[in-house]
Design a binder for this molecule. Sequence first.
Ligand code: GLY
Length: 567
Amino acid sequence: MKLNKTLSVIISLFLLLACNQKNNLKSDNIFKNGVVVTAHYLASEVGTDILKQGGNAFDAAVAVQFALAVVYPRAGNIGGGGFAVIRTAKGESISLDFREKAPKASFEDMYLDSLGNVIDGLSQTGHLAVGVPGSVDGMVNLHQKYGKLTWTKLLQPAIDLAREGIKLSKLEADKLNAYRERICEVNSDKYDCCYVCQKDFQVGELLVNKDLEEVLIRIRDKGRDGFYSGKTADLIVEEIQNGNGLITYADLKDYKSIWRPALVGNYRDCKIISMPPPSSGGIALLQLLKGAEIFDFQKYSPGSFEHIHLMVELERRVYADRATWLGDPDYCSVPVNKLLSEDYLVNRFSNIGMDKKSNSQEIKAGNVEVIESFETTHFSIVDKWGNAVSVTTTLNGNYGSKVIVKGGGFFLNNEMDDFSIKPGVPNQFGLVGGKANAIEPEKRMLSSMTPTIIEKNGKLFMVTGSPGGSTIITSVFQNIINAVEFKMNPQDCVNAPRIHSQWLPDKVYAEIDAISPSVKRGLQDLGHVIQEQSRIGMMANIAINGDGLLVGAPDTLRHKDSRAIGY
Ligand code: GLY
């Protein structure tokens, strides 16, 4: 009797615990008033605090952008650029282009030697690789048009984090240690003052960045002038000149972020709102989604032979279009309507067969490899009014050019490598390009960033995006077809294993478990070359559930520090 009673107490306690855990799981990710999904829990906290103070999604985005520059220095930035796609509570959409620009003194062959050969690494590491940063001007512009709270309020959390220090997570400590040698080589003249070069980083160690705190205070007090002129501009120009780079005071003074109409297209019963050129992301995404519709992907199960083969074949053609036609629309004419027209796409995909693999070399010659890491970062935010913002921001590679501004404590981008530095020669992501994306003074380099918002029946349905260089487009594509074709819930869309293919190299990159052994055999029989990749993309999703609540779906599986925080 006594034993029975004890057993029943234990069972009740167990059930209660299990129930609580379930509820906790739910309440961890479902929110009523607003949610912020970023690659770092501290940045997600900053964004949510701004929402709680009465700020809107755009205020939170500004605060998160600056916070990421402190807590996630390998991709979060003030020395880089990015794109924001916006859908207001009223259903209006727009995009903000704060992409970096080529310096005024740049020229088409600047990374080639006298024989016309590419000088190894020059567009990727060091001062010549740096494009004119756009993030600070972008945030000023975003705040001026849509902000509710004061600029000071939005900058303060990042300033506090830089002053008080952040406890290094394992991910960040490991990454800093892994890149330490390369960073210190580039910044060798300031070995004793550059925070990365002093010693190995430990997990849990407090990272204080006084130089960055001062830069952020200047931005707080002077707005764009706190970065593009005065002391910060002095530090940037001095740094660049010491390293024989090209950026001048005039480059900084003249940098302007640009509001552009968002790229909007239909797919199934959804309206896709994404980034127009100078990103290739929106165009490529819409082309791929149209392909999924033409081939009626919902007929197939996720991970099946048909699903993977068709994705690869679509991607091959879309990335070939990207390489040929896309560039900065202010410098070349991008045939957006043609590339997205139904007639064009039906014809473009008409030679895809289930029983044959097409050969990328036949589409255009070239033989390239993916060499570098796939960094950049993405965050998604929705507020209680229903405003939504999807921001992808980058230094390009991990820690960008590896150049730290002396006395500024922040990294500068290596975005110049996103230009086609020589026709047919691959960049760090293995992407090739031609005239449309050739270097010209003050031109923006082509990007793959794909911040995207999806509407269904006139209502907000999903906010999404990913880092990952050339794999951004295919990650966002798979995330959307997981939701729309395969009806997965938002977290499953993010967790599902991904593949990536991009015309050249003629390969299929696949996360472990993305392709079952039998499907792999079938694909190999057709001639597909499959290469395992530890991680592809890192989604930050927000979806609206049937009750109108906000479901945050971070990619914690691939990146432990990611978090959805809301209230
Ligand atoms: N730097 C990566 C991209 O913009 O695509």
